[in-house]
Design a protein around this ligand. Structure first.
Ligand SMILES: NC(=O)c1ccc[n+]([C@@H]2O[C@H](COP(=O)([O-])OP(=O)(O)OC[C@H]3O[C@@H](n4cnc5c(N)ncnc54)[C@H](OP(=O)(O)O)[C@@H]3O)[C@@H](O)[C@H]2O)c1
Length: 404
């Protein structure tokens, strides 16, 4: 990726933050609670719930101290003073944080080629507000439960700008699955998929964080859905969320199966793996097929971050089939975010959307608990072991007096 492109992505991320604020406002109606008033603000710019929540004097966070796609080499645990929220910020005690495939791209500095360590890691969290800046107190109060998509989530306490905080009715990890993984599938398929009832849709890494949503949204659009995965357990899960044809590529030849069972090709591909899988998916596109590039995880652990791809004949393939390849990057679709999050929250509330969470209960070493478990959770995802969205339980639920 060129430096110019990456800088463009950064600018997109800033615009995204603005849109996330709109989403916050949309969801504020979910659970309105009485606001706590600041009586005397002359001496203090913020509230901190030191008494009610026993905020410690020091805390721990994960910091990228050297740029590398090898997460364990790039990131270390640091003990720091508990940060103080600024004017339009919240201090959030994280209960759960979400793992994303791109955590290692971020630690390798691929989002911004000018970035220099140290900087904080982690994209999304959910927890309880324990500190409120002055202007933030107009919309939030100590004790609120919020989810957020913002930097520095891999920490026990994170300062979160109010513009990226979404109030949620309770701290369930399921809400965490929607902020990035769900929103990516919802918006990408809606804006770039042009799905028509009866079309064939292929989802790669279908049983993962974002794949599970792509499967369900394609089914909701009346499509026939094919999903790739690496185990029979994942194939069973895919069946349970409506996938018509799960393909365990470890036991079935993916290319041969697609050619045999879909001789006219597939109409839409939601592609997250890259490399050989991308080539195979391109070769099986139907006439007027659309392939959406969601990611290329098979290359992220390499130095370049990009898996090998033989694309020399791509123009020929696209022309012969009037097909297209479309890239999708969530921060570029900020104007769709509010509607997407609102719609998914409603589906979750109605029980029409499965939000599978994997906290590592079956992982070697057990459940992902505590900040250090982020390292194991990243390894687990990159070993292809996860079923659903990988989530780490940073802190146990408090004993009493909290909504966590
Ligand atoms: N464009 C965007 O805005 C955006 C936003 C969010 C996510 N994404 C992309 O979506 C993809 C999935 O991300 P996620 O966070 O939801 O992860 P995930 O799907 O929960 O986990 C990754 C899965 O990828 C599959 N995989 C296939 N080949 C792999 C390989 N060589 N190494 C590791 N895993 C491999 C594994 O499933 P199987 O073993 O079952 O194949 C693994 O479980 C990534 O490419 C990510 O960059 C893009």
């Amino acid at each position: 990726m060129s430096a110019r492109l990456l800088l463009g992505l950064e600018r997109g991320a800033v615009r995204f933050v603005r849109g996330a604020r709109a989403a916050t406002d949309a969801l504020c109606g979910v659970a309105l609670v009485p606001r706590r008033l600041i009586i005397d603000t002359s001496y203090s710019a913020h509230f901190m719930d030191f008494t009610g929540s026993s905020i410690p004097s020091s805390t721990r966070k994960l910091v990228v101290t050297r740029l590398s796609p090898r997460f364990r080499e790039a990131v270390s645990v640091q003990t720091v003073a508990v940060p103080t929220p600024g004017d339009a910020e919240l201090l959030v005690r994280n209960r759960f944080v979400g793992i994303n495939a791109s955590d290692i791209n971020y630690a390798a500095g691929r989002y911004d080629p000018t970035v220099k360590p140290p900087f904080d890691a982690g994209f999304e969290g959910i927890g309880e507000v324990v500190g409120v800046g002055l202007s933030a107190s107009a919309r939030f109060t100590v004790g609120d439960t919020v989810a957020y998509f913002g930097s520095g989530a891999f920490a026990e306490y994170t300062v979160v700008p109010t513009k990226v905080a979404v109030r949620v009715p309770s701290v369930k990890p399921e809400f965490l699955t929607l902020l990035v993984s769900g929103a990516t599938a919802y918006i990408a398929l809606k804006r770039l998929g042009d799905l028509t009832q009866g079309e064939n849709v292929l989802v790669t890494a279908a049983a993962g964080g974002t794949g599970q949503f792509a499967v369900q949204f394609a089914k909701m659009a009346g499509c026939h859905v094919i999903g790739t995965c690496s185990s029979d357990e994942k194939a069973g899960f895919l069946k349970s969320i409506g996938c018509d044809r799960p393909i365990n590529y470890k036991t079935e030849d993916l290319g041969r199966t697609l050619r045999a069972e879909y001789p006219k090709g597939v109409d839409v591909v939601y592609e997250s793996v890259g490399g050989g899988i991308l080539e195979l998916a391109l070769n099986c596109l139907a006439n007027k097929g659309r392939l959406i590039v969601i990611g290329f995880i098979s290359g992220y652990q390499s130095e370049s971050g990009i898996p090998p791809f033989r694309g020399g004949t791509l123009p020929v393939k696209l022309l012969q089939k009037s097909a297209s390849v479309r890239g999708f990057f969530l921060p570029h679709f900020v104007s769709d975010y509010r509607e997407a999050l609102g719609a998914m929250m409603q589906m979750l509330a109605k029980g029409t959307l499965a939000c599978e969470v994997d906290c590592g209960d079956l992982a070697e070493g057990g459940r992902f608990q505590g900040l250090e478990a982020v390292f194991r959770a990243v390894d687990y995802m990159y070993a292809g072991k996860n079923l659903g969205k990988v989530v780490v339980e940073v802190a146990p639920p408090p004993v009493s007096g909290s909504k966590l």
